[in-house]
Design a protein around this ligand. Sequence first.
Ligand code: SF4
Ligand code: SF4
Length: 373
Amino acid sequence: MAIPVTITQRPPSRREVKERTAALLADRPDLAERLHRVRRQGRTVRSCEVHLTNACNIRCKGCWYFEGGFDTAVKELSDLGRIRAFARRLRDEGVNQATLIGGEPTLVPRRVEAFMEELPYITISTNGLRPMPKEGFEDIAIAVSIFGGGPLDDDLRAIRVNGSTFTGLFDTALGHYRDDPRVMFIFALAEAGVPHLEPTVRKIAENGNIVTFNFYSEHGSDNPIRIENERRVLDEALRVKELYPETVVSHPYFIRTLITGASHWGGRFGYDVCPSLSVDHPAHADRVANGNPVIPGFAAWGADYETLQFCCTSGDCNGCRDSQAVYSWLVVSASRFLDSAERLEEWLDIAESYWRQWYWSPYHASRAGAAAV
Ligand code: SF4
Ligand code: SF4
């Protein structure tokens, strides 16, 4: 694992946070209820991630799972009884949310059920080729990936296990999930895909789904997050967000940080601030002690349902701009948004937009009483 370390200013102390927050709320009591609600939401959800299977029905270019050797690093467990016992153990330890990745979770729906039996908040991450049935899976959130948009998506993803290619993967996913509120597309932006950004989001909007942005980084390339014209990608992503404010869940601040890696307080996304790591993994002792917040109790597990993984994704921090890791970084960094009431309000908007991504969340647009921003 490559772990570049950068120096960032330590966050303010608990006492400073408390005093600053109280002072801001004294001027803006209207923010208190939103702050209380979103903090409660953060405390309620205790997350983990599980590599549900080592199998996948396609081979995307630059896939960190296969190119990083995750499929062969551990022996996959298929015994449903033991998988159920694993999910029960998570529940007993206080975990109530699992993001099930792979490999491809739609290939093993019985394993998804095993987690649903024990945990209330389930998200699966899928490539969209096979549908996740509705019946029996009504309450799960489904994150469907797209790479680049337009024809670029097929170039990068529509590749069978035997290496032959096909077309129409994104359209296939749209067909499976028309007007399905469980679904959010996770659209990995790529510089070459800029002309396809708006048409792709329009299709998602017309299909009755929502989308959040990710950043396409090719695992194994020298500089996976290098883009020649950052401004062009950023401007287009922000323009499309403005055009489709309901469809694009991503907050503009998040979009900026995703593309530039930077925050307003001078922070840069990277290992030393990333909160989406397995906190009990021995490799993270120094990171956890450095004062930057982590997702409390977070753990990622391999497909043997036993091996603690480094983090929520590849462990290649040099090339990482994982959307959920970046979003989580902003959400756990509330203490950096206490310069003014406007900044605090901006953080509330960001945090609420983060929680709006998931169908099981009370912030999701389909839920009664969803917070309006
Ligand atoms: S669908 Fe996911 S796991 Fe399968 S090859 Fe593509 S990126 Fe990798
Ligand atoms: S999510 Fe990204 S930055 Fe964070 S530990 Fe994993 S690879 Fe590194």
